[in-house]
Design a protein. Structure first.
Length: 317
């Protein structure tokens, strides 16, 4: 424990030599992330040192607007958002071209309730999770011709495709695996915070110790994307699935994840089907008229989980 704790503390002291209002939260959060993504500690260091943190008592939109950040709030009830180091601009030939940017994490404190201290830590660690998982192989230029230019940005499992139309200057976007990625990020955030909880009573610094004793009054749980996270937890509890995702999702080996899952399922569309079912579950839950469809999709998802389990068992024989 000691080494990683000191590493986390050193990062915070180097970045904020004059102290910071959320120093304890950063140390505890970074410790959890370092335990969870141990192999990638250099990435965590790089992101934290370069990033801008916007943490304010205002709505997410207000923070974004007031600081002229090029970010979008995806859902009305989101408390936090982040942007990775990779982005595209267009060059003199109107081709998409990759540039590196400062990573940004924005956390709004207005919606947070009594469990504030835990939820706040959770939002920040969640956004750091996205940043860590979008650094390696985070972009790809797919190609250009006279009419259009195409590129992809990756964050975890989620792949965003951009097609820039050179005649109309419109940029269309499409994405896949976004909700699956969010649910996995929620679960991995809970795991990182579990590590942080284990620091309680072990820390030599009084201010961090005080932060921890306040924190652990609240039970650490999955926060965000409730129903789809519950579903994805069923997959996550299968060792083979967790193992397949953990390194590949950081390194960007999405093809490997798709192929391995599809091969196990004996269906070359299985991973895409999983994603589609989660989309349906997520949007049906937001709209009570789709209750029937909703339970059918939950059932279909559960069936896929059991098929995956039994196929894995067959493979072992
Ligand atoms: Zn997220």
């Amino acid at each position: 424990m000691e080494g990683l704790y000191l590493y986390a503390k050193k990062m915070v002291e180097l970045k904020y030599p004059n102290g910071h209002e959320y120093k304890e939260m950063f140390i505890v959060g970074l410790y959890g992330l370092l335990c969870k993504y141990k192999k990638y500690h250099k990435i965590i260091w790089m992101i934290f040192m370069q990033m801008d943190n916007y943490i304010e008592d205002k709505s997410l939109n207000e923070i974004i607007e007031e600081n002229n950040l090029e970010l979008e709030q995806n859902n009305e009830d989101d408390d936090a958002v982040s942007s990775s180091i990779h982005t595209f601009i267009t060059d003199e030939h109107n081709n998409l071209c990759h540039i590196l940017e400062k990573p940004v994490a924005v956390c709004s404190k207005t919606n947070l309730n009594k469990k504030y201290i835990l939820l706040f830590l959770n939002s920040w660690v969640h956004e750091m999770g996205h940043l860590i998982k979008s650094t390696l192989n985070g972009y790809k230029i797919k190609g250009h011709d006279f009419n259009k230019s195409e590129g992809q940005l990756r964050s975890g499992l989620s792949i965003h495709t951009y097609v820039f139309d050179k005649n109309t200057f419109d940029c269309s976007t499409s994405s896949k695996y976004a909700l699956l990625d969010e649910a996995i990020n929620v679960i991995q955030t809970t795991e990182a915070i579990d590590y942080a909880y284990s620091l309680d009573g072990m820390v030599p610094d009084d201010d961090v110790d005080k932060f921890l004793s306040e924190l652990i009054q609240y039970e650490n749980n999955d926060y965000g994307y409730n129903l789809i996270t519950q579903e994805v937890r069923k997959l996550w509890s299968i060792d083979e699935f967790k193992k397949l995702i953990e390194d590949n999702i950081v390194q960007g080996n999405i093809k490997e994840i798709e192929n391995s899952f599809n091969n196990t399922m004996d269906d070359d569309k299985a991973f895409a089907k999983l994603d589609l079912l989660l989309d349906h579950i997520y949007y049906a839950d937001k709209n009570m008229d789709c209750l029937m469809e909703y339970s059918q999709n939950i059932q279909k998802f559960d069936e896929m989980v059991s098929t995956y389990k039994s196929k894995l068992a067959q493979l072992k024989q």
